[in-house]
Ligand binder design. Structure first.
Ligand code: FE2
Length: 291
């Protein structure tokens, strides 16, 4: 059954990363992922690049206090608010520095906060950059992923409450629908804007930038190389989503992915099932099996 949730279309717009040294982490993302930095109140930083933005703030290293999903109009936002309230979900005030104050925030069973809203009209402008630099490399913030020891409840929340559309599952036994280990969800036609991996605890897994093409993957890898940053997984191609990828780790061990060629799926397309094996996670080579 196709979901009728008004949270379609929605795109991952920004997220917040915390650090015990936010100035260091903001500098790192500005240099490595091509962001312009501006100051926000209370020692936080706004990072903006082409198709990507982040907030970096003070807190426990590795924490990701919220994920901001951009809606298309105020009418859609009011439909989302009414829909969530109709589902009996507690809504919270939005903590997002990037969205207008009327954004609506909801917390999933593992404690991750999703904020649905519209970007403010008074964010600082970025400087135009006319020379080759990381800030000119394509890379749209596109998906965010978590690990959970509570996959079933998380699936019920994202499917039945938010109405995200399942694109693919990875199962321990492809004949046993109860053996799901990974669930990929879309909130617009791109294969996933959010995913959950079964693991031994609740933790952040990674966030990803979608780049223009394979050549841009090369350009990012060359840029990382110039900074002496090693790829820790890939390059490869994921089974679910069919995207080309590599990943690096930031100073707090957050995994960050560069991706290209992510599959596009119409809303009504039913989810598929992949076997839980290395090849599903990386058609080209080693898999990263979460523990
Ligand atoms: Fe990913």
């Amino acid at each position: 059954m196709t979901s009728d949730s008004p949270i379609w279309p929605a795109q991952l717009d920004h997220l917040r990363l915390d650090s015990d040294d936010p100035a260091m982490l903001a500098d790192y993302y500005a240099t490595v992922f091509g962001y312009h930095q501006s100051d926000l109140p209370d020692g936080r930083f706004l990072l903006q690049g082409p198709g990507r933005r982040l907030v970096v703030g003070g807190g426990t290293p590795g924490d990701r206090p919220y994920h901001g999903y951009r809606l298309q109009s105020r009418q859609q936002l009011e439909e989302v608010r009414a829909y969530l309230q109709g589902k009996g979900v507690n809504t919270e005030p939005s903590p997002s520095e990037i969205f207008e104050d009327d954004a609506v925030a909801v917390r999933d069973p593992d404690g991750w906060l999703s904020v649905f809203g519209l970007p403010r009209g008074d964010l600082p402008s970025q400087k135009a950059v006319n020379v080759p630099s990381a800030v000119t490399l394509s890379g749209r913030l596109q998906h965010v992923v978590v690990a959970s020891n509570n996959l079933e409840q998380m699936m019920r929340y994202y499917e039945d409450i938010l109405g995200y559309v399942p694109s693919d599952y990875v199962n321990a036994d492809t004949d046993d629908p109860e053996s799901k280990k990974v669930a990929f969800y879309r909130s617009d036609p791109e294969h996933h804007s959010f995913a959950v991996f079964a693991a031994s605890d609740v933790r952040s897994d990674h966030h990803a930038y979608e780049v223009d093409d394979w050549n841009a993957v090369r350009d990012w890898a060359d840029h990382m190389s110039a900074l002496h940053i090693k790829i820790w997984w890939g390059p490869g191609r994921h089974g679910p989503g069919n995207n080309l990828f590599f990943m690096i780790k930031d100073p707090h061990e957050n995994q960050v992915e560069i991706s290209a060629e992510l599959e596009v799926m119409p809303r009504e397309m039913a989810p598929r099932i992949w076997p839980m094996e290395e090849r599903s996670l990386n058609l080209w080579g080693d898999g990263w099996i979460r523990d």
